[in-house]
Ligand binder design. Sequence first.
Ligand code: T4K
Length: 380
Amino acid sequence: MKGLTKPVYVTKPLLPELEGVVRRLEDIWESGQLTNQGGQHDLLQKELKLFLGTDHLELFNNGTMALLLGLKALGLSGEVITTPFTFPATVQALDWNGLTPVFCDIRPDTLNIDPEKIEALITEKTTAILGVHVFGNVCDVERIKEIADKHKLKVVYDGAHVFGTKSGGVPVANYGDMTMFSFHATKLFHTVEGGALAFKDERIAEVLRRLRNFGISGPDQVALSGLNGKMNELQAAVGLEVLPLVEGERKKRQRLKELYERELTGVPGLRTITNLKGEESSYQYFVIEIDEAGFGCSRNDVHDELLKRNVGARKYFYPLCSGFWWYSGLQSSRPEHLVNANVAVERTLALPFYGELSEWEVERICSLLKQLNAQALIAQ
Ligand code: T4K
């Protein structure tokens, strides 16, 4: 089985023309303002509010810090119902706020938190629901809102994968009390490292600005215990050059996704995790599920065989967060309560997916998958 001549990875950052970045660097040098909310920062904040369709948005030095400080700003306590099928940052933001995650199983189709299983987990200690729009699929936001309203809970979304996504024409930033966006280099839109919070209640803006700047509230005044969560001018400058490229990148990824889906339709034991109807997706990741019984070999075998042939697919999100040793005492982390999540974590594989990937490379990756499948079935 012939692989690719050059390695391809799960993603590749969108790189703007260097000249534009250099022009912005010259402006920064001229101003002497390198961080602490300078001109590039403010301009990016303004442009992102428009792009993401939200009135209230604050920038941070990364998505994890944004989520950590956002949860703090909402004044949550006790327990937060969340998904175990996510990147460690989601639950670690809870840990660092002294909040206890209560793990809820996921829906097998979207891999997002299953709203029908949330109510059974609510106790008198529950203060919020933290959903993750996994791989770019939007959570069942309407149902989650109904449950949260009924029980007077806050709703926070980890939107690290849904930059610019719309569901039913509504920008995703409009759902819940707060949505975090990650601007890491591996994301559709990036500022090298970076993140943002979109939120409903404008009174939170001031709290967030203080929290990300050591709690400083004015000259000689520290109002609360904050951290350093500021996005610097160089990050913002890169973001301003990347932003105009996002729409083009999204279109290229949409075409590649369609090609992947065409090529992989009908492969036994292989399912593609697509966006739901009515969603304008960020096309953040292209993820498949391998069911060993139908495909003939396991997701891990597929991962290893692809890697030998220069295809760097990734087992996002392995291992499951509920399996972290420090959650071993939690009732909700027990596998019998998280059946779908435990299945998904053994089956999902993110395939290489970025605008610069050629159609030929996608066809080659699909052909490798089909050959692995045929060989595995013959060997059975
Ligand atoms: N919530 C969710 C649901 C998340 O997925 C994430 C982050 C967060 C919260 C936290 O947001 P941040 O605090 O990160 O803003 C990556 C990213 O580091 C992480 O941001 C991301 N999710 C996660 C899903 O993926 P790794 O360990 O897989 O990254 P790495 O370095 O292996 O990169 C993957 C591939 O991308 C490499 O094989 C090559 C390519 N790459 C990567 C980088 C960094 C490049 O070509 N150039 C680069 O500069 O975690």
